[in-house]
Design a protein. Structure first.
Length: 267
């Protein structure tokens, strides 16, 4: 979908983290693009102490516990490309939950699919109404993006509101994190992702499967896009083989409950 989602996956985080280390308060104004070196050998990736501290301050999450073989599946849905039904069929067959981060366009143009997601117990996340760079908006404009998405969801599906937010293109700063909290939203990033949003540039089922298995790690929070035929084709084998390796699949609600319980003990 958006060609900035993983821009500089191997280097962007180094620059981001370096900026935070030398100026930990700059995130309030500067825009950052989420990304870091991919996980290997089932070792969870790290965003670094400075960024972890910033995210923790606002309850933002990108992975689960490093000693539990749990996977959290999420999908970004900016528009429908004909593969979401197959993905939903796989999730139903394998009895695996997921969270779908939707835009206003998706909710309006693919309402039956969103209703099916809800009916089958999947989570619906807020990906903004218009998919803008949220860090360029005023606080009032930020509110409008979240509220308009929730309003169209309520009108067309009956879902009262969303509580998880994924910023378009992974672009964020502390002002956005803080305003989201004020409005009752928690940022959800990811620890596993790959270039899968170009609808006209499929790389094949084996590419998606290889990326997913190679980056798999305990506490993996996986981002995929539903526009990719590669993902739809690779998902059944990935889920089955991850289970064979001892992994289970849980919801973002489970992740948040775990996070909050840990922090209530520490407080």
């Amino acid at each position: 979908m958006m060609n900035k989602h993983l821009s500089g996956l191997l280097m962007a985080a180094f620059i981001l983290i370096a900026g935070l280390v030398f100026n930990p308060f700059s995130a309030k104004a500067e825009a950052f693009h989420w990304g870091f070196k991919k996980a290997v050998d089932e070792v969870p990736p790290s965003a670094g102490a400075a960024l972890d501290s910033l995210l923790d301050k606002h309850g933002a999450l990108y992975k689960g516990k490093p000693d539990e073989k749990i996977v959290y599946l999420t999908f970004d849905n900016g528009y429908e490309n004909g593969y979401t039904e197959s993905i939903l069929n796989t999730l139903k067959k394998e009895d695996v939950p997921a969270t779908f981060f939707v835009t206003g366009h998706y909710v309006k143009s693919a309402t039956p699919l969103v209703k099916r997601m809800i009916a089958e117990g999947h989570g619906i996340g807020n990906h903004s109404y218009n998919h803008p760079n949220m860090t360029n908006l005023s606080e009032k404009e930020m509110e409008n993006e979240w509220r308009k998405l929730d309003e169209i969801l309520l009108k067309l599906t009956g879902l009262k509101r969303t509580v998880y937010f994924r910023p378009p293109e992974g672009t964020f700063n502390e002002r956005l994190l803080s305003k989201a909290n004020e409005m009752g939203y928690r940022h959800i990033f990811w620890s596993v992702a790959f270039i899968d949003w170009h609808r006209d540039k499929p790389k094949g089922r084996d590419f998606a499967y290889g990326e997913l298995m190679n980056q798999l790690h305990p506490g993996a929070l996986i981002l995929m896009h539903t526009v990719s035929p590669d993902n739809a084709e690779a998902l059944p084998s990935f889920i089955q083989d991850a289970k064979k390796k001892g992994y289970s699949f849980q919801t973002l609600d489970d992740l948040v409950l775990e996070y909050e319980n840990i922090h209530s003990i520490l407080r």
